[in-house]
Design a protein around this ligand. Structure first.
Ligand code: BG6
Length: 470
């Protein structure tokens, strides 16, 4: 061990848990809500869609009571833009605002800090039809939407998050699902979308500081560390290439207000560089996050590109499974780590490493807004759900978090995925993450009853002891 002493978790550490609107709420077309892009995705026949999800919209009081019993100090959720501004801009839907007002009040009543993500993959479909993020007008729409939330809830919310996993949206759009029509935008368009999101995010961070002086706001990126397969210098370079292009380049713009040099050269070289308006450089600089949020699930191991098709793995990729890119990196295996049954690498030490890197790069407090293990949890005949693998996964990650704090990282809290079972981004209801089981099948909604998993009791004890009883 590098240090002889070990610090405990800070007294005000935010032990929390996360969800997102479209994956948990259901009620996809109720009380004035319009469809979002995720409501309009093509779903494989056999998997759950997002129409009912976990029915949290109708059961949020029962859910918050369970979160309180769990002992949560924080609950990270997202607001559905489509409930607030059904036309994307313009008229505010009071019923939508009322839902989040009640949810926030219910959380505060139970002493749970609400952590609000403004946008988690669910762009209003009406805006998508006008070009979505490729259309520069979406920047103004996002600022308008955020402004409505800052005005309505600014006095009650301390922690805001801008855009969930902008890097997943741009680099792995297929991981979230395919739009009707089936075509994903070409890369050039994706990077233009990315630029517009960067400007929108910067403007929203600046606006938050004007409207909510007591509020803190930050980006939430899917961040990880990349290992090199061997000590060959070219393997090290490949790992650096992709770690920069996939993770840091997104956070660099959010925090430093300018593009990462390597990432910009990569974009120019491939004719992917976005069109920037003259005011953009200043707008990017004006957005200053107060903290950085990271979603951490796994690490990846990479090797030097061979510059040919061998760089692209035959496996299907998703937000955690790297495929390779000619000239940039090739995917490799790591013999020292395990994998989930969905092929995601399990690497708790990688979390400590990623926290250290995030800390030394940005010198900002960090909030972990996602971390967890997806599994097809089963309800046993005696009514229990034995998810000891989840307990083990989290125990190891919590241990590494403590070590990272001991390393000097200012860690605000831990909000694993997920507070309760939700619909997976693209694997339906079979792949579960919650501390609370929702009794439904892929298509059969059954009774949607809430049942505490074994991990519920474990996390409850962990929180009550501020991280000591693991
Ligand atoms: C993150 C997303 O990438 O991973 C969540 O922010 C998502 O929305 C989570 O649910 C787990 O991914 P999946 O694909 O297993 O649901």
């Amino acid at each position: 061990m590098i240090f002889q002493t070990l610090e405990g978790f800070p007294k005000d550490f935010l032990w929390g848990a996360s969800t997102s609107a479209y994956q948990v709420e259901g009620a996809w077309n109720e009380d004035g809500k319009s469809p979002s892009v995720v409501d309009m995705l093509i779903h494989p026949e056999e998997t759950a869609d997002f129409t009912v999800a976990s029915d949290h919209y109708h059961r949020f009081r029962e859910d918050v009571a369970l979160f309180a019993e769990l002992g949560l100090k924080a609950y990270r959720f997202s607001v559905a833009w489509t409930r607030i501004l059904p036309a994307g801009t313009g008229e505010v839907n009071q019923a939508g605002l009322a839902f989040y007002q009640q949810l926030i009040d219910e959380l505060l009543l139970h002493g749970i800090e609400p952590v609000v993500t403004l946008y988690h993959f669910d762009l209003p479909y009406v805006l998508e039809q006008k070009g979505g993020w490729a259309n520069r007008e979406t920047i103004d729409a996002f600022v308008e939407y955020a402004d409505v939330l800052f005005t309505a809830f600014g006095g009650k919310i301390k922690y805001w998050l801008t855009i969930n996993e902008q890097n997943t949206l741009i680099l792995h759009p297929g991981a979230i699902g395919l739009p009707k029509g089936g075509e994903l935008p070409p890369k050039k368009v994706l990077y233009q979308q990315n630029h517009h999101m960067m400007v929108a995010q910067a403007r929203v961070m600046a606006r938050c500081h004007q409207r909510c002086p007591a509020g803190k706001i930050g980006p939430a990126i899917n961040t990880t560390s990349m290992y090199q397969e061997t000590c060959h210098p070219l393997d090290a370079l490949a790992a650096h290439n992709w770690e920069t292009l996939r993770c840091w380049s997104f956070l660099d713009v959010a925090v430093h207000g300018r593009y990462n040099a390597l990432a910009w050269r990569y974009l120019e070289d491939r004719d992917l560089a976005p069109v920037m308006e003259p005011e953009d450089a200043l707008l990017l600089l004006q957005g200053k996050p107060d903290y950085v949020a990271i979603n951490y699930y796994s690490t990846a191991t990479l090797a030097a590109s061979r510059g040919d098709a061998s760089d692209i793995s035959a496996r299907a990729g998703d937000q955690q499974i790297m495929l390779g890119e000619p000239g940039v990196y090739r995917a490799a295996e790591n013999p020292f780590v395990a994998k989930t049954q969905y092929g995601w690498v399990i690497d708790p030490v990688g979390l400590r490493l990623t926290l250290r890197k995030t800390c030394e790069r940005y010198h900002l407090p960090i909030l972990i807004t996602e971390n967890g293990i997806g599994a097809p949890d089963t309800l046993l005949p005696d009514g229990s759900i034995n998810d000891d693998y989840r307990i083990e996964f989290m125990r190891q990650h919590v241990e590494q978090m403590q070590l990272a704090i001991n390393d000097g990282v200012e860690l605000l809290g831990y909000c694993p995925w997920a507070a309760i079972d939700v619909v997976s981004t693209h694997q339906g209801y079979a792949k579960r993450y919650g501390f609370i089981y929702v009794n439904r099948g892929e298509k059969d909604l059954m009774d949607l009853r809430r049942i505490r998993k074994n991990s519920f009791g474990w996390y409850q004890r962990l929180i009550a002891s501020n991280g000591v009883h693991r």
